[in-house]
Every structure is written in structure tokens, then in C-alpha cells.
Design a protein around this ligand. Structure first.
Ligand code: KE4
Length: 439
């Protein structure tokens, strides 16, 4: 076994965490950052550049979180930094319309022709919450179908766990979500068209929409089974329910036009986030014009936001999406090649160490599940050995590789990742799997 992996200094992070814990629950502004699923001291980032982040103790790490997806061109991407600086000199926000909003919308609709019309918001949660309100108004129906393992932000109706059967109503997935609201959402297994048929049959004429991550990222990475997405489109069309494709994570990630492009989908509504804002707070919901024109001030569906279309966020989004569009062939080929080398290189090290690992990868998002079996839905993902993942995460972190701090998240890389980062990562994995195998 390689020499024991030395823990990295984390005293400054520890001090910062202790202070943060006085102001924020768990010391964080989003739960996953607390490292509760993997243990150890959550690291505080001081700065980042390209593929690397530097923590408060001066430790450097190859970054596979990338702000949970947005930093696809690497941290501190020059054109985005300059665009944000330039915009900031004209003031950060006006509460009035600017040309930059339609500038970004033109880029979005070029990448997503299905988004004939759209509206900017400030998070993925706002985007999906608003899309669902719109779907309910458009169909005059109330029930929403979502899938176990898919996460669409934290609006009440989407924090719902599966009921006892596919046709039974959901139960609150969080304290504070009233049963009455959870009862309007069905949470059913992903990659199972029979379950969708049953749900529609049990709630004939009552389902407003089906919302899904076309490539799941929030159970770890799970790809749609052959024919699944086409089946969902056919079922929703037959039943008069809207198909909402939540591409907050996959948008501009798995392809320039996201999963909609990759799988040739025909969504009624699409939600975007993360990359579309280049790391600044942007969410988008959009789709067929006849639905979007129901939104205030044109129509009866109210939706609003103080910082929607914020000038700095628009500038970062335009610089990021504009670059992706201009260099798409080169960018997505590079992302795929590097992700293949990293993901498969680490899996090979697991094999050498006798550690059971299932790799699911779609382009430059992937997950190493610590399980021997296939992972095609949340139930199978949940069979993973999360304790082994935690040991792996800590051992990788101590060798300068920062993985998402949960077995049930996807890893991402950027165009700034290359041969050096691949070598560091695979070398770290070799030692880390010895720690995992030792139990
Ligand atoms: P936000 O409200 O966090 O911007 O977006 C919610 C959301 C909606 N839809 C999908 C498919 C998403 O992945 C997300 C947010 N993703 C998580 C990562 N698994 C954000 C990280 C966090 O919660 O801190």
C-alpha cells in the first residue's frame, strides 16, 4: 500500500467554518457544501483559475465541481471576466430592460430552437417553479409527474418523495412542505415508461406536465434508456400534458444544445441555469410561444424578479455561451476526450485495486458509483457504498483532487482541464483506491 496519504492543512478553512457556522445553518449557503455526506473539514475557496482552485490554506486542487457545472470554460475565463468588469462600470442593475437581455436570448434560441420565447430568472429553482406554474395554467390541470433521483430546485411542489406506489401521490421530501402540496406531485421511477403509463392511467386528464432531467445528474449521472425520452414525448402528447425538460445542469454541458440536441427532443418547455450565466445567477425558462405568451404582462400567469436579466449576469452569459457557440466543435470534442480519459482512467485504477465501480458518463459529466451493478435509476444508484465513496473523496481531496462531496452528484470538467490534470487525477486515484480497498 502506498505511504499513508498525508492530510492537507485545513486550519484556516476550519476557522472560517467555525465563524460561518455562527451566521449560516451548517456554516453554508447551500447544504451540499458542508461535506456532510463525505465527512472531513469543508474547504473554503479563496480563488480559482482554469482547472484549479486554491483554498484558504493555500492548498491547490484540480476542480471537478466547477461551481456544480457553470465553469465549463474554466475558472476566471478571460472574456467573461472582462465582460463582467465592463458591465459593472455601467452599474450592476437598473430594474429596467437592457439590450444585453435580448443579446443573450438570441444566443440561447440559436442553441435551443425549441425556446421560441423565454424569460430570465435568477436561479434554476425559479426557472422550474415558473415553468410548472405556466404548465398548470396552459392545461388547466394540477398534477405534476417527476422522477425519483431528479432534482429541480427547492420549490415546495418539487421537494416530494415517491408515495407507496407509482400512482399514489407524493409525500413531502422536506419539513415545511404541506401534504396538500406534495399530493399534487407524483414521484415515479426514472427509465420506466410503464410507470408513466400507470401514473397517467390513474390520473386521467389531470396531469399538467412531466418534468425531468433528460440526463440525470442529481442521483449521480444516469443516462436515459434507449427509447425512453421518445416514449415520454409520445405519452405526454397523447395525454395532453406538457413535457418540461430541465436542462439546468445539462444545458450547454452535454452538447451546445444540451440533451434536447443530443437526443433530438421536442420539449414544450425547457429550463436552463448554471452555464447560461457563466457562473453568475441566471435561470431561464422558455419554450413554445403559445405557452410563454400566457405570462404577465401579456397573459394571466404572474411571474417576476428584481434581478431577472441582471446586466452583469447577462454579460457573463453572453461571453460564455457566445464562446461555446463559436468554438462548439473544438470545445465539445475536447471536453469529451478529457472526460473519457479521466473517468475511464480512474475506473481502471479501481479495477486494479479490486474496488467495484460503475461509471456512468455523458460527455463531460459523469459519476463513479461505488457499486458493482448497473445504475439505471435512483434505486440502483442508492445501492452504492457511500462509505467507500466518502473514503475515496477524502483521500482524493488530500491529494489535491476536489470531487463533488456526494456519491449522488455528477462530476464536471472544463476546457481548461488537460493532460496534467488527468495525470494528477489518475495518480491520486491509484493511492485513494488502496485506502478504499483497505476499508
Ligand atoms: P438552483 O436553484 O440551485 O440554481 O438550480 C436548481 C436545479 C434545478 N435543476 C437541476 C437539474 C439542478 O441540478 C439544479 C441544482 N443543482 C445542484 C447540484 N446538484 C446545485 C448545487 C447546490 O444545491 O448547491
Amino acid at each position: 500500500m502506498s505511504e499513508k496519504i498525508a492530510a492537507r492543512a485545513a486550519s484556516k478553512s476550519k476557522q472560517l467554518q467555525e465563524r460561518a457556522a455562527r451566521y449560516f445553518p451548517g456554516g453554508v449557503n447551500s447544504p451540499v457544501r458542508a461535506f456532510r455526506a463525505v465527512g472531513g473539514e469543508p474547504r473554503f475557496v479563496e480563488r480559482a483559475e482554469g482547472a484549479w482552485v486554491t483554498d484558504a490554506d493555500g492548498n491547490r486542487y484540480v476542480d471537478y465541481v466547477g461551481s456544480w457545472g457553470p465553469m465549463i470554460l474554466g475558472h476566471a475565463f478571460g472574456p467573461a471576466v472582462e465582460a463582467i468588469e465592463r458591465a459593472a462600470r455601467g452599474s450592476a442593475s437598473f430594474g429596467a430592460s437592457t439590450a444585453a437581455e435580448a443579446d443573450l436570448a438570441e444566443l440561447v434560441t440559436q442553441c435551443y430552437p425549441a425556446m421560441e420565447m423565454m424569460r430570465f430568472v435568477s436561479s434554476g429553482t425559479e426557472a422550474t417553479m415558473s415553468a410548472i406554474r405556466l404548465a398548470r395554467a396552459a392545461t388547466n390541470r394540477k398534477i405534476i409527474i417527476k422522477f425519483e433521483g431528479c432534482y429541480h430546485g427547492h420549490s415546495d411542489g418539487l421537494l416530494v418523495k415517491a408515495g407507496s406506489g407509482v400512482a399514489t401521490f407524493g409525500i413531502p421530501g422536506s419539513a415545511g412542505v404541506p401534504e396538500e402540496i406534495a399530493a399534487l406531485t407524483l414521484a415515479i421511477p426514472y427509465n420506466d415508461l410503464g410507470a408513466v403509463e400507470q401514473a397517467f392511467a390513474a390520473h386521467k386528464g389531470a396531469v399538467a406536465a412531466v418534468i425531468l432531467e433528460a440526463v440525470v445528474g442529481n442521483a449521480g449521472c444516469i443516462a436515459p434508456a434507449e427509447g425512453y425520452l421518445a416514449g415520454l414525448r409520445a405519452l405526454t402528447a397523447r395525454e395532453g400534458a406538457l413535457l418540461i425538460v430541465d436542462e439546468v445542469m445539462t444545458g450547454f454541458r452535454v452538447a451546445l444544445g444540451g440533451a434536447v440536441e443530443l437526443y433530438g427532443l421536442d420539449p414544450d418547455l425547457v429550463t436552463l441555469g448554471k452555464i447560461v450565466g457563466g457562473g453568475l445567477p441566471v435561470g431561464v425558462f422558455g419554450g413554445k410561444r403559445r405557452f410563454m405568451e400566457m405570462l404577465a404582462p401579456l397573459g394571466p400567469v404572474y411571474q417576476a424578479g428584481t434581478l431577472s436579466g441582471n446586466p452583469l449576469a447577462m454579460a457573463a452569459g453572453i461571453a460564455t455561451v457566445g464562446y461555446l457557440q463559436e468554438h462548439a466543435a473544438e470545445v465539445y470534442a475536447r471536453l469529451d476526450a478529457t472526460a473519457k480519459a479521466v473517468a475511464e482512467g480512474v475506473k481502471a485504477e479501481a479495477g486494479k485495486a479490486g474496488v467495484a465501480l460503475t461509471l456512468n458518463r455523458v460527455g463531460s459529466m459523469w459519476t463513479w458509483f461505488f457499486t458493482g451493478g448497473p445504475v439505471r435509476n435512483y434505486e440502483e444508484a442508492a445501492r452504492s457504498d457511500t462509505k467507500a465513496f466518502a473514503r475515496f473523496h477524502r483521500a482524493m481531496l488530500d491529494q489535491g483532487v476536489w470531487l463533488p462531496p456526494s456519491q449522488f452528484e455528477a462530476a464536471f470538467l472544463s476546457t481548461a482541464h488537460g493532460a496534467e490534470e488527468t495525470e494528477v487525477t489518475i495518480g491520486a486515484a491509484k493511492a485513494a483506491f488502496e485506502v478504499v480497498a483497505a476499508g
